[in-house]
Design a protein around this ligand. Sequence first.
Ligand code: AMP
Length: 381
Amino acid sequence: MTTVGILGGGQLARMMALSGAPLGLRFLVMDTVADACAGQFAPLIVGDWRDEGALAEFASKVDVATFDFENVPAESAQWLSQRVPVFPSPGALAVAQDRLAEKTLFRELGIPVPDFADITSRADLDNAIARLGTPCILKTRRLGYDGKGQFRIKTAADAAAAWDALGAQATTVGLILEGFVAFERELSVVAVRGRDGEFRTWPLTENWHVDGVLSASLAPAKADAALAAVAFAHARTLAEALDYVGVFALELFCRDGVLLANELAPRVHNSGHWTIEGSETSQFQNHLRAVLGLPLGDTRMVGTACMLNWIGVMPEANAVLSEAGGHWHDYGKEPRAGRKVGHATLRADASHELAATLHRVGAALGRAAQVAPAVEALRNR
Ligand code: AMP
């Protein structure tokens, strides 16, 4: 009996455990909070990531360890990797945890990125704003996610406010200034690389964010073969450079037909949740197969799929459950503003069918605005 240890016990760990059940796997989850929602399906160790006692207990009970949360301190991952195999490697995790290291690597590998600058002082910020121009975005290098730890600078006069908001973090987590990309679309590549180097991607996904948080994902994204090939090549280059094992997402901005890399998420990703019902093998199961050295599953799509995120509170389920291709995911979390509490995936064989389903679901749930961009994208095919 193989036990997979997961650092972080949120919805990603929960869906990983659910997808691993048919493989006969057992799971052990470690999280800093006792009500971590993966704990409803797997034994949970509650402890701080830096608590070596808790980590040692975790290590003694698992055959392999992985993450549902990329901000586990790199030193904790390193410590663990001396006791049990850890995938992705602590080195890959460390790069993905730091927006500056990540963008520097992208650039070294020939993957285009938005302009960026390392910011260590107020003077750096003023100089970088002059160089990059406005608008631009000041971000924390570490520990930011879902638009948190970001300040949008519209004109140079906003520099003082940006520094007031984030300047204190220049010496703790570090800061990076990025040019604002007036993108037409946000796309992501969800990909998997096995222990033996086998590499696969799911079809390109188009994503829409609200307030920096993912709202909807549509797959496959409308993209010509050449654009998709570039996106997949970037993902492969990155995975090979990092000797990456497991699933990851590469978030891309598309502007004038050019792809700019925003971020590498070193784990299963929200923009890949549609793969549970929309693909031959889900991102969750392929992640497990990769970290266990099992053959990777087929990443082919089954028709077309759209994922809608539920933020804050769960809506009424019946509007989705009553649809032929409607799939409901309630993460079993307490409602809280801004919190990802669940998602739905709507799947159909043809684009026009999916557009009609989304329209119905949006109307029934009073969420016409959330489904509108995906409906429009589907109608433009
Ligand atoms: P991030 O946490 O970096 O993934 O940012 C969250 C969201 O903010 C992204 O998905 C974009 O919608 C937006 N965003 C982040 N960086 C930029 C940028 N340099 N230019 C334009 N939009 C951005």
